[in-house]
Design a protein around this ligand. Structure first.
Ligand code: G
Ligand code: G
Ligand code: NA
Ligand code: MN
Length: 253
């Protein structure tokens, strides 16, 4: 209970930050962009995992405030990196509550404007299960975001339950294959068959495919053989503070 009321003040007290995890071009292993992941450093409890505080924020009506902060902070950071000579694309994660916000598109657009960032440099990731929860809400939010030029990704693909005809109608540009399939790639023929099929389906629908949670060279080699477009995971880089990314990237491109 104390944690919940602390979460109310976390932003104002400067306890929130974004960490950034790179995504790589499969073939040339260059950075394609980064995914922003929220972190909360509690003064007494240390780092509280997002799996704990994000559901808490959703339950206590704080997710819109936190979500707005993420949108603004990601754009601010892109601009700061620009000024340091590093042009990055940034992906943010959206919750179901944000998709339902009537003014989500306005909020995204005003953050982009405030920091003078082109919309095409921002990618919004929405998990498949959230995207399918209320098809009309998703469709409306996706169309609004796409209209202003933001790119859209369906995250954790394969764990939800997509109707393929519906998937075809969503104006997304990217599918992220869920980590669970990647984990089993080297040991399970089924996992490999599923990833192969998802890549082919995605490409047939003109979607780029990202594999998340790549931890081994064996997984990487299989994913490259299966024509996966982008790779992300601990094998390449863990999520890191913004200040580390510049150094890290200069050693990797
Ligand atoms: O960073 P980590 O792997 O611990 O994240 C755990 C979960 O929290 C993931 O499902 C991730 O998508 C989610 N998450 C991290 N940052 C954000 C955020 O800014 N907004 C939302 N909605 N979810 C996030
Ligand atoms: O649901 P989403 O894809 O947004 O979750 C991202 C989460 O996955 C982050 O919390 C991040 O820390 C975690 N993550 C990123 N790469 C790896 C990886 O290679 N292995 C594992 N186990 N987790 C990862
Ligand atoms: Na994500
Ligand atoms: Mn994911």
């Amino acid at each position: 209970l104390a944690l919940q009321s602390d979460l109310r003040h976390a932003r104002a007290r400067g306890q929130l930050s974004l960490h950034y995890q790179p995504k790589f071009d499969g073939e040339r292993s260059q950075i394609r962009g980064v995914e922003a992941l929220m972190r909360w450093k509690h003064p007494d409890h240390g780092n509280v995992p997002p799996n704990v505080f994000i559901p808490m924020a959703e339950r206590f009506g704080l997710i819109k405030e936190l979500g707005d902060w993420v949108i603004d902070e990601a754009c601010r950071q892109m601009r700061a990196w620009d000024e340091q000579g590093m042009r990055m694309r940034v992906a943010i994660n959206l919750s179901v509550h944000q998709l339902r916000q009537e003014d989500l598109v306005d909020r995204v657009q005003s953050a982009l404007g405030r920091h003078e960032i082109e919309a095409s440099r921002l990618l919004c990731e929405i998990t498949e299960s959230i995207a399918m929860e209320d098809i009309e809400v998703t469709q409306r939010a996706f169309e609004g975001l796409r209209r202003i030029g933001v790119f859209l990704s369906i995250d954790d693909f394969g764990t939800g339950y997509s109707s393929l005809s519906y998937l075809r109608k969503l104006p997304a540009q990217q599918l992220k294959i869920d980590r669970s399939f990647i984990q089993d790639l080297e040991t399970s023929r089924d996992a490999r068959a599923i990833v192969d099929a998802v890549v082919k389906l995605a490409h047939a629908l003109d979607l780029k495919v990202v594999a998340e949670g790549v931890e081994t060279e064996g997984q990487r080699d299989i994913l490259l053989a299966l024509q996966c477009d982008e790779l992300q995971g601990y094998l390449f880089a863990r999520p890191m503070p913004a200040s580390d990314l510049l150094d890290w990237a200069s050693g990797h491109n």
